[in-house]
Ligand binder design. Structure first.
Ligand code: ADP
Length: 560
């Protein structure tokens, strides 16, 4: 059997096991019978058919002899009772089996639908539908033995995703799901830890159907001297060199007097798409939205679902009969996707009354644009737009980085600017901003998928002070970070935010913590750019990677 499965199918009911497969060990209804199952089945089968045959013969004789059918002898009465008893047994035994296999098939077909559609909406619909099946099947599952529940999950009788709700114990649900998964796939999850994690903290918040957690080491780099404050930056990565290199960059920035940063803009966006019967009607709404005198009405609608979401503006784009409206708002210390989406829903409800011919196609029409490379974020910004700069002194360039301003300026021009232009880059005018962004994102509980636009960065270098020193800057228009909500509240991520002094909501000024986090991300990218570019300029790149990124272990012997 091919055990490689698509993840979404991994917890389906197991296919019929081959004869060599281990028997599930959970208790079954048949365990209650005093005789072996095959014996009782054979007994009742024989009884059913022999008494049915006997009664048919008696019926035929009575018709031939004109004896009334309701006049029965003692032996006929016994035969009728035996027929009823064996019928009840067979119905009970095979009937229940049929119903169970019918439900399992229905659940399987539902999963097939998910696979085909690959749509979040469908998945949500199924999640809402299927637990009610489980409710009917196992009314008191929490009191059953683990082994019995594992067996039911393997058979598909209990949907794996309903375990937390059914058991009321998150850790137990994870343990049972792991065991069922191992039996279905016949793969061991030994290396994936189970203990040491609070599964209750991720329920309905961060991850569905957990079976454990992946360990990612967190290194620290710093201090980063930024706007006269020092920060120790946690970085979660499995790529050797990244922390060490950023740390070297911090050292050079520190020795040169520190870096300075500015937040240019702060606004999360969501852009629904609506359709009209004609392009002119779509334009009518665009002009309505563009008109400054309508802004307050829109803002009143938008702002009513949150104390922190405050509408900043709406940018419209037309494609024929379709209108894309990019709403932008402040979101306090939250990254803000939930907030902005709720605000947009309010406005859409209002607009639907004003424009009854408006058809709402999607709350997100990709003009937002979330987690996809898009010029709109690069040009207009999304989340926090930040710029960070430093002047690195000649002696620091020489001592710490073993290079010079002139060498770095030329390399930056040829690699980060011209080279990226040749490659047709979109927001990728840098050496490795995404390495630093991803590592800080993972450590601090940000959404790693937003690394796509959060890593947009243009690195500029210029020789200053008679060409001796280096002015370096990074401009990052779409850093999407929050210090409250999502993964930021989990224990380890929260500890990393605390290390930076930006944990949770800012008490003094809503949004101050998340903006500071964006500045720290930009400052760290500045250090990463400086250090990597210097390593390339001085020919150290391969050497340092060989030192930090290649262990002496024979990796070919690890794993199969
Ligand atoms: P997101 O919009 O990033 O998905 P969530 O909606 O999950 O974030 O979390 C934000 C929640 O935190 C909201 O319910 C909001 O009211 C609350 N909150 C409390 N203080 C703040 C703050 N300073 N900034 C933003 N949100 C805050």
């Amino acid at each position: 059997m091919d055990v490689r499965r698509r993840p979404s199918k991994a917890l389906r009911p197991a296919p019929k096991e081959p004869s060599s497969a281990p028997e599930p060990t959970g208790a079954k209804a048949s365990d209650a019978l005093p005789l072996p199952l095959y014996f009782t089945n054979a007994l009742f089968f024989t009884l059913f058919f022999s008494v049915a045959y006997y009664l048919l013969l008696r019926w035929r004789d009575k018709i031939r002899n004109s004896v009334p059918l309701h006049v029965v002898t003692f032996s006929e009465l016994a035969a009728i009772l035996s027929l009823i008893a064996s019928f009840i047994y067979l119905l009970g035994f095979f009937g229940i089996d049929f119903v169970q296999s019918f439900i399992a098939r229905a659940s399987n077909e539902a999963w097939d639908l998910v696979d085909e559609e690959e749509g979040e909406d469908h998945r949500h619909r199924l999640m809402a539908f299927s637990p009610s099946i489980a409710d009917h099947i196992i009314p008191a599952v929490s009191s059953a033995e683990d082994e019995e529940i594992v067996d039911l999950v393997v058979k598909g009788t209990i949907p794996s995703y309903a375990l937390e709700e059914q058991l009321g114990d998150c850790k137990r649900a994870v343990r049972i799901r792991r065991e069922a998964l191992q039996r279905i796939t016949r793969r061991s999850l030994q290396g994936l830890p189970l203990d040491g994690f609070d599964y209750g903290s991720i329920l309905k918040q961060c991850c569905e159907m957990p079976v454990g957690y992946v360990q990612i080491p967190v290194g620290i780099a710093g201090p980063l001297l930024l706007d006269s404050f020092e920060y120790i930056v946690p970085m979660a990565t499995t790529e050797g060199c990244i922390v060490a290199s950023t740390n070297r960059g911090f050292k050079g920035i520190y020795a040169s007097g520190g870096a300075t940063s500015t937040i240019l803009r702060d606004g999360m966006t969501r852009a629904p798409v609506v359709r009209f019967p004609s392009a002119s009607r779509a334009c009518h709404l665009k002009f309505f939205l563009d008109n400054p005198s309508n802004f307050q009405t829109l803002a009143d609608e938008f702002n009513k679902s949150s104390n922190f979401a405050r509408l900043q503006g709406v940018q419209c784009s037309i494609a024929g009969k379709n209108l894309y409206m990019r709403f932008s708002c402040t979101t306090g210390d939250a990254m803000g996707m939930n907030m902005v989406s709720k605000g947009v829903e309010n406005v859409l409800a209002y607009l639907r009354n004003q424009y009854p011919d408006m058809d709402i196609i999607s709350i997100s029409g990709n003009f937002c644009s979330d987690k996809k490379p898009a010029a709109i974020n690069w040009i207009e910004g999304r989340g926090k737009s930040a710029v960070c700069e430093a002047v690195i002194k000649e002696e620091v360039l020489k001592k710490v980085f073993r290079t010079s301003a002139a060498t770095l300026v030329e390399l930056n021009m040829l690699k980060n600017l011209a080279g990226s232009a040749v490659a047709g880059a979109l927001g990728g005018f840098n050496a490795h901003a995404s390495n630093i962004v991803s590592a800080i994102f993972i450590a601090t509980g940000q959404d790693p998928a937003q690394n796509v636009e959060s890593s947009h960065c243009i690195t500029m270098m210029e020789a200053v002070n008679d060409g001796k020193d280096l002015h370096i800057s990074v401009t990052m228009p779409s850093i999407e970070v929050g210090t409250i909500g999502g993964g930021t509240q989990l224990a380890s991520q929260s500890a990393c935010l605390d290390l930076l002094g930006v944990k949770g909501a800012s008490k003094e000024l809503p949004g101050a913590n998340s903006r500071l986090l964006a500045k720290i991300v930009a400052g760290s990218v500045l250090a990463g750019e400086l250090s990597l570019m210097a390593a390339i300029a001085s020919g150290q790149l391969v050497q340092s990677h060989m030192k930090y990124n290649r262990s002496t272990k024979d990796v070919s012997k690890v794993g199969s």
